[in-house]
Design a protein around this ligand. Sequence first.
Ligand code: DGL
Length: 252
Amino acid sequence: MKIGFFDSGVGGLTVLQTATQVLPPQQYIYFADTDNAPYGTKSKKTIKKLMFRVCDFFKEKKVDALVIACNTATSAAVKDLRKTYDFPIIGMEPAIKPAIEKSKGKKVLLFATELTLKEKKLKNLIARLNAKSKVKSIPLQELVIFAEEMKWDEPEVLAYLNKKLGKINWKNYSSIVLGCTHFLFYKKLFQKILPTHIEIIDGNLGTVLHLQNQVHLSSKRKKNKIDFYISGRKVKEDVFTPFLVAAGFNPQ
Ligand code: DGL
C-alpha cells in the first residue's frame, strides 16, 4: 500500500519511524513542506491553503491514506481536507487524554506550536475531557527551527528551554505532552533536564495504530520503501539522513 506522510518539515519523520517499527513493510511518501516551515507561526487560512496543495500532490500520487504527522496542520485544516479528498486522512492531536488518565491528581503540561495552542480544536478537546484546570500549555515554537537546523543540545537550545521552563514548579505536574512532532527529537534532552517523576507523553504510536485501524495494511513487500519530497520536489534520502538518524531509523 502507498501511505503518504506529511509534515511542515522534519518532525513527521518521528511518526514515520514509529510506523516503520510497528506496521508491516509499506511504500511511503514523505513530504516535508520545508519551503514554508514553520507552520506554527502562520495563520489558519494560510495553512489551509498550503494543505490543499499538499493533498492535491498526494491525490496525484494515488496514496491509499495520508497521515498528517503535524499537529499544527491537523488543527488548522483536517476537517476541510476530509470533506474534499477521498482517501483516509489521519491527523494528529496532542495526547492529553492518556496524560490526564495517568496524572493522579496532578497537572499536565502541554508543549505545542503557537497555532495549535490558539486553535479551537485543542480548546474543544480540553473541554470534552473536562480538563481545563488540569492542563497548562506552553508554546515552544523555537524548537521547530532548532530541529530544522539540526541543533539538538547546543547551549542555545538549553538556554531557550531554561527561559521557557525555568520557573515551572514541577511538583505540581505529572507529565509533559509533546504536542508537536518536531519536539520528539528532544525527548532525551527533556528526560535529562526535567525531574525524574515527569513522564513524557506523545501521540506517535496512537496515530500509527489509528492508521492501522483505518486502512487494512496488507503488504507483499519485504522492506519499507520511502520516497522523499521537499515542498513537492523529489529529493534523495541523503538530504534527510541526519534527521533519520536522530529520529531513530536503523541505517539500511
Ligand atoms: N511538526 C509540526 C507539529 O506537529 C509543526 C511545526 C511547525 O511547522 O511550526 O505541530
